[in-house]
Design a protein around this ligand. Structure first.
Ligand code: ATP
Length: 231
């Protein structure tokens, strides 16, 4: 097994002076390739901030993030954009779907941005939409979908590009229990087939059970790392 992500001594302070908020401090975390890892913690404990930093969407105040052996803080802005495009799939709470595009067009848009060859598109679109059980809604636009369906569309878009790493902020938060378990099963299959590594946040202990490791965050610090019973 080899390391895909290593966060070293991460600190993130928002603002300055009296308004400074210490969102993260002394974060050390290592994630092996083809694992499914969860971050848990109360609201405001720093989970999203950490995902943003690992995903090269934000800079830590101190510390470094190593991705596949490269310190991403040494990359230029252009290289960071390319790194995100080529290596990372994001499933975030705002979903980031394009309102005027149907489910399949949104997934296609993700493939186009990631630079996946055009001849692959149809297969990948059908496969990923089918995996999240959204085929019946493939021709619908986001405003015609429920919150959970929009979330599954965002998941389909992220998995279609087969990124090395998927960062998912509460990916099952909008889903009913049955659908949430189905999505976790899809995540496990992707990880088992060695297609990807997934770091997700969740509040749900039942979802944590399905992961390889759970990191617990409290006030911006990792307080425990649990091995899941599944592996
Ligand atoms: N842009 C910002 N400016 C100032 N403070 C911020 C900013 N973003 C987050 N914070 C603060 O940083 C801390 C960590 O926030 P973060 O969103 O990472 O928590 P979280 O664990 O993801 O919470 P939730 O489960 O509610 O999404 C919180 O105290 C939050 O108020």
């Amino acid at each position: 097994m080899s390391l895909i992500v290593q966060a070293r001594n991460i600190e993130r302070i928002y603002g300055s002076g009296n308004n400074a908020v210490q969102a993260l401090s002394d974060i050390n975390l290592t994630v092996q390739q083809n694992q499914l890892v969860a971050l848990k913690g109360r609201s405001g404990s720093g989970k999203t901030t950490l995902l943003n930093i690992i995903g090269a969407l934000d800079y830590p105040t101190n510390g470094s993030v190593i991705f596949g052996g490269v310190d991403i803080l040494t990359l230029s802005e252009k290289e960071r954009i390319l790194h995100r495009k080529e290596n990372i799939g994001f499933i975030f709470q705002s979903f980031g779907l394009v309102p005027l595009m149907t489910v399949e067009e949104n997934v296609e848009f993700g493939l186009r941005i990631a630079g996946v060859p055009k001849q692959e598109w149809t297969k990948r679109i059908n496969e990923s939409i089918d995996l999240v059980q959204l085929s019946k809604r493939a021709k619908h636009r986001p405003f015609e979908l429920s919150g959970g369906e929009q979330q599954r569309c965002a998941i389909a878009r992220a998995i279609a590009t087969r990124p090395k790493l998927i960062l998912a902020d509460e990916p099952t938060g909008e889903l009913d229990t049955k659908t949430a378990f189905h999505v976790m099963k899809v995540f496990r299959e992707l990880v088992a087939s060695k297609q990807t590594t997934i770091i997700m946040t969740t509040h749900d202990p039942a979802m944590m059970e399905i992961t390889d490791h759970v990191y617990a965050l409290e006030d911006g610090k990792i307080v425990e790392k649990e091995e899941s019973s599944i592996t």
